[in-house]
Design a protein around this ligand. Structure first.
Ligand SMILES: [Mg+2]
Length: 339
């Protein structure tokens, strides 16, 4: 198996802010895995929160070559070997996992969801509105509703949260997902959560710092909305640790290391009776395709990472209202249009 890659720069339509900062562009890595005349592709989105950079991803790719072997069909053992060796670089493992799945689908001339025994990928996604001043939020919300989105995710943890949410609830009655991205301290969080009740959120994501996960159990008792761990939940072992402390988890393939690990997390979370969300980072459609492939297994999807872009270099995902649908081409179902 031969690996090659290139960096790609993506530009969000709007500046994108959460309680953790602002981003005006994102650079990701497009990975190609070639074997037997067929090319599988995957995208790597390193996250500084988890100690990953573009450089560490490329170092990992160089070092990963000797762990791949010569049979792309043995995906699970390959991924396990990579996790054993590069546990902290799961964004890179995710890219390799995606490229292996894409390769196998293309080799067998079937979509990956068929390879996995899943139903055709068609799923409602939330559309995310980042933190901004109230005028900008109004503009973004109006734009999202005019574009037909019928489930919204709002980043909270800013001083104008109430103004923002009051406006949104005046124009939108549908599912409203709130994400605090670790904004609050355990002492203030109960008050913040109770104040959010009147906006009738569908879920509240990561109200506390990722290290304060044990305090999330205190927030469940207000029953404002299911409390979902995102930054606190990276890999399968975290699901076990968080059981009882949260109502659900938000899985992202670049956090956990790809489809194989995500499926383990879904199985564990289901066993514990947890709500399961599938999220993403800002990325091209190449990274959304593997998540959409397994989205039929989860309760809620937040897979708008490529919809937030001005210049998505990949095609193959279509949107009707808030519903995303993956093409039925072999492999992951997406292809480059402007690389
Ligand atoms: Mg989140």
């Amino acid at each position: 198996m031969k690996l090659s890659w290139q960096r790609q720069t993506l530009h969000p339509k709007h500046k994108f802010a959460t309680s953790q900062g602002v981003s005006e562009k994102r650079v990701t890595i497009v990975l190609r895995l070639e074997h037997d005349g067929i090319e599988g592709m995957g995208e790597i989105i390193p996250s500084e929160l988890y100690g990953q950079t573009l450089d560490s991803a490329e170092e990992t790719l160089n070092a990963a070559r000797e762990f791949l072997g010569d049979d792309p069909f043995v995906i699970e053992p390959i991924v396990q070997r990579l996790i054993d060796r590069f546990d902290g670089q799961r964004a890179t493992i995710d890219g390799i996992d995606a490229a292996l799945h894409d390769w196998c689908g293309k080799k067998l001339e079937i979509p990956v969801w068929r390879l996995l025994g899943l139903s055709a990928p068609k799923k409602q996604t939330t559309f995310t509105i980042g933190i901004a001043d109230t005028d900008e939020i109004r503009e973004k919300v109006d734009e999202a509703l005019a574009a037909g989105f019928d489930a919204l995710k709002i980043k909270v943890g800013a001083p104008n949260d109430h103004e923002t949410l009051t406006y949104i609830r005046s124009v939108f009655k549908g599912p409203l997902f709130l994400d605090a991205n670790q904004a609050w301290k355990p002492e203030e969080a109960p008050r913040r959560i109770v104040e959010l009740a009147r906006f009738q959120p569908t879920v509240i994501e990561q109200p506390l710092d990722r290290a304060d996960w044990q305090h999330m159990v205190d927030l469940r008792r207000f029953k404002v909305a299911p409390i979902i761990a995102d930054e606190s939940c990276e890999r399968p072992a975290d699901v076990n640790r968080l059981n009882g402390f949260v109502d659900g988890i938000n899985i992202k393939l670049n956090k956990c290391g790809g489809i194989c690990e995500a499926r383990r997390m879904i199985t564990l979370a289901r066993g514990f009776g947890m709500t399961v969300m599938l999220g993403c980072f800002v990325s091209s459609s190449l990274a959304i395709a593997p998540a959409l492939t397994i989205a039929s297994l989860v309760d809620h999807a937040d897979l708008d990472g490529a919809l937030l872009l001005a210049d998505d270099p990949f095609a193959g995902i279509t949107r009707t209202g808030s519903t995303l649908q993956l093409s039925d081409r072999p492999g992951l179902g997406v292809w480059p249009v402007s690389l």
